[in-house]
Design a protein around this ligand. Structure first.
Ligand SMILES: [Zn+2]
Length: 82
């Protein structure tokens, strides 16, 4: 397949509405390895409907609030003159 490099100019897309359509994907689920079919708006899905909705939602091992803050180095007085 021939190819070449072209220059694409920068441009801004204004906010707008657009109609998008679903696509039906036939694929093999990454979880249960079963051939399945799903209709999605987005890209090709990885999991079938069953694996996509886990029966028992797992709780995160470390709650967000209990995470330690990142150690950060503040250098406010270095390199100043006067
Ligand atoms: Zn599955």
């Amino acid at each position: 397949m021939p190819s070449k490099i072209i220059d694409v100019k920068e441009y801004v897309v204004r906010a707008h509405q657009r109609t998008i359509h679903t696509r039906i994907f036939n694929f093999v689920c990454q979880q249960c390895q079963q051939p399945t079919q799903r209709e999605t708006f987005g890209p090709r899905p990885l999991y079938c409907e069953q694996c996509r909705h886990p029966q028992a939602p797992k709780k995160s091992a470390v709650p967000l609030k209990k995470r330690k803050p990142r150690a950060m180095t503040y250098r406010s007085d270095e390199g100043r003159v006067g």
